[in-house]
Design a protein around this ligand. Structure first.
Ligand SMILES: [Zn+2]
Length: 229
């Protein structure tokens, strides 16, 4: 039986999150294939090794991992990289994909990631079902929105009004990121109806993603206006 930490939260989306995990790990699946999202390390004093937990779940479901990605290059999302590497490299079809901005922040990732993209977005699929990675800095310079089966994983983005902005990302950059996501979705005639934070503490269903993103944009417009004085 699967651990209670494993939950099917949307079509093709499984969250794996034991209580002592510092960040959730996600499985995006279609047919018999899947991508793994996030590489959290073992927590201090924790007993769970997130990579092993996610691998067990993949095996129990008879899935074959074909890709590994992460939302951004902060320690709680990437420091488990070696454990994921150990758990997943037995699968020859695995593609490790990241944006070049993540390598700039965490050069150690270069050893592991074979597909580094520098474009605004990376388009792939899982058994024909589109999977999009959109580079959209707001929480950090390396943020990726991960879009799959009508769900968007929004990393550590603060959605709507407000943003503590610990990475001091300029408001103009955040505005550009919102516009990039909206433009991408419109161009692809793609409708997002679910927004999930990667820490699995904010699940929004049946949302108007465009309206939420426009509200987010308005907040950063206000910050930009303040900056100009
Ligand atoms: Zn985080």
């Amino acid at each position: 039986m699967e651990a209670p930490a494993v939950r099917d939260v949307a079509p093709g989306i499984v969250v794996v999150n034991e209580e002592d995990q510092i960040c959730a790990t996600w499985i995006l699946h279609q047919g018999r294939s899947c991508f793994v999202v996030e590489m959290p390390p073992k927590a201090v004093d924790g007993y769970t090794i997130p990579a092993e937990l996610v691998l067990r779940c993949i095996e129990e479901r008879g899935l074959t991992p074909v890709g590994l990605v992460f939302s951004h290059a902060h320690w709680d999302h990437i420091d488990g990289v070696a454990t994921y590497w150990d758990a997943l490299t037995d699968f020859p079809e695995m593609k490790l994909i990241c944006h070049e901005s993540a390598i700039e922040i965490a050069p150690k990732l270069k050893t592991f990631f074979d597909t580094v993209f520098s474009d605004d977005a990376y388009e792939t699929n899982i058994e024909g079902e589109p999977l999009y990675l959109i580079h959209a800095p707001k929480h950090s310079a390396s943020d990726l929105m991960i879009v799959f089966r009508g769900t968007m994983l929004t990393g550590d983005w603060w959605l709507g009004w407000g943003d503590p902005n610990p990475g001091k990302v300029p408001p103009a950059t955040s505005i550009k990121s919102v516009d990039r996501i909206l433009g991408f979705l419109r161009n692809h005639r793609y409708v997002v109806t679910r927004l999930f934070s990667v820490h699995a503490n904010d699940f929004r269903y049946d949302v108007n993603a465009e309206a939420i993103l426009l509200e987010t944009r308005r907040y950063h417009e206000m910050k930009l206006a303040q900056e100009k004085g």
